[in-house]
Design a protein around this ligand. Structure first.
Ligand code: HEM
Length: 457
């Protein structure tokens, strides 16, 4: 076996835990990342004997172990992921561990009927080939294809009133983000780095075949359709954030619990705090079955979070001071079950912050619930893109305007205006999170996911 040259940008596989090596391969991507992944030492060899502290080996790296799929059995909603994902012991959906975001321009003019029809056929065939090759699950591949308002603006017709898709804007006084306006964004996710990278290579690289199990599927050449412009990567899951300690923004000695899926040291995505897939789905009009997606690139600066705050202060700022005082959370959220119970706190968050001097992030964000139900389905993941700690904060909601409202509740400018809580300091986690980029997308239902017009037939 030829092991990759460590100077490729990958760590030496013989000295690196297998899970960490696979994560580096996903970040590298391309044919080099894929072959590194396929050749990574299996259990019983390598720096750690292959096994990891959480009992996983980092997911199937051999494509022969990846289950195949059946496009005909798939739901019409591209964002129908929850039924395809495992749940933890408390019934919370467990997201895929590895993620790639691919931003692409178009090599065709989608407003030209002939060009669009030909490009659609190619794109449809490529996406179906992926669905045949990989099961629609965390063990295979989950993906969505979304379109920015800049894409729909090229057409004479407008989107129907049932779709709320404004161009991205700055959402707080504290940010000056760049805007992602590439017309197409694909989000690929899997526990199996090899499946993820081979799908990525087939859509955006040079691979012409995807393989899994016994099956080989040919994928048409998309270079005449898509023009990739940016690639971002990330990960979420127990054990993974610890492996990135030492990157800028995340100190080497950060005592992140092994069970924590996120760099800030807690779990998120509790069932009761997530919108359901139904709640985020556009119910009417030609895009019924669609959802909108907001993707923000956030930079984390966690030196003070890990070195100056106590565990109780971290709990107060992420959940609420009540959670800290009553020790509701445990080391990393394991005591919370499926409901962090942030909505049953005193309703007047301003009065509450006046008394305690601190307001919690989740407590603030929960103020935007409607009839007790959250509006956002958060599918965010951590990243070390640019060699800096960060989050790709990805959410689905029915209307982008709902994201804007929830984000205002999370910012809590009203609380800062009226209490001793600062605009950043003691105001949830705002002191640690910096918005770099924003983008808004429509994820059409599967039937319209290949280069839709604003008025699909
Ligand atoms: C570094 C970034 C972030 C981290 C580590 C983080 C972490 C968390 C955690 C641990 C919770 C507790 C409940 C749960 O997840 O189920 C939560 C809730 C929540 N967060 Fe964040 N969050 C981050 C950024 C954001 C941003 C940018 C928004 C934008 C709107 C946001 C909106 C929410 C909402 C809506 C809830 C649920 C509130 C409810 O229960 O209704 N979060 N977050």
């Amino acid at each position: 076996m030829t092991l990759p040259d460590p100077t490729d940008g990958l760590p030496d596989p013989s000295e690196t835990p297998r899970r960490e090596f696979l994560k580096a391969a996903v970040a590298l991507g391309g044919a080099a990342g894929l072959s590194a992944c396929l050749e990574a030492p299996r259990a019983g060899s390598g720096a750690d004997g292959g096994a990891e502290a959480d009992g996983t080996d980092g997911g199937a790296s051999d494509l022969a172990d990846v289950p195949t799929g059946d496009p005909a059995a798939l739901p019409d909603r591209q964002h129908a992921w929850n039924d395809a994902l495992p749940t933890d012991e408390d019934g919370n959906v467990r997201p895929p561990r590895h993620h790639v975001l691919r931003y692409a321009g178009l090599a065709v003019d989608p407003t030209d009927d002939k060009e669009r029809e030909a490009a659609r056929e190619t794109l449809r065939e490529a996406l179906s080939a992926l669905e045949r090759a990989f099961a629609w699950s965390n063990e295979g591949l989950l993906f969505t294809v979304g379109y920015a308002s800049a894409y729909f603006d090229r057409f004479d017709a407008s989107l129907p009133a049932s779709v709320d898709l404004p161009a991205p804007t700055a959402l707080t006084d504290m940010e000056d983000p760049a805007f992602d306006e590439a017309p197409l964004l694909a989000h690929l996710a899997s526990d199996a780095p090899a499946a993820l990278l081979s799908a990525d290579e087939a859509l955006f690289g040079e691979a012409t075949t995807v393989r899994s199990g016994e099956r080989a599927e040919s994928v048409p050449d998309l270079s005449g359709v898509l023009d990739p412009v940016d690639r971002r990567t990330g990960f979420v899951g127990a054990g993974l954030p610890r492996e990135h300690r030492g990157v800028s923004g995340l100190p080497e000695d950060a005592p992140i619990p092994e069970g924590a899926p996120l760099m800030m040291g807690f779990r998120n995505g509790f069932r009761a705090s997530q919108a359901t897939e139904d709640r985020v789905t556009i119910a009417e009009g030609p895009f019924s079955g669609a959802t909108t997606q907001h993707v923000a690139a956030l930079r984390l600066q966690l030196n003070a979070w890990w070195r100056q705050e106590s565990h109780a202060q971290r709990v107060a700022k992420l959940f609420s001071p009540v959670h800290a005082a009553e020790e509701r959370v445990g080391d990393w959220g394991e005591k919370l079950g499926a409901d962090p119970a942030v909505a049953d706190l005193p309703e007047d968050a301003v009065a509450y912050a006046r008394e305690s001097g601190v307001v919690g992030h989740a407590q603030k964000a929960a103020r935007a619930r409607e009839d007790g139900a959250p509006l956002l389905l958060r599918r965010d993941f951590d990243t070390t893109d640019g060699d800096h700690a960060g989050v790709h904060f990805l959410t689905n909601q029915r209307r982008i305007e709902e994201f804007v409202r929830v984000r205002a509740a999370m910012t809590g400018a009203d609380i800062a205006d009226e209490t001793a809580v600062g605009s950043r300091v003691n105001n949830g986690i705002l002191q640690y999170v910096f918005v770099r980029r924003r983008g808004n997308y429509l994820l059409p239902p599967r039937r319209h996911r290949a280069l839709p017009t604003p008025t699909p037939e």
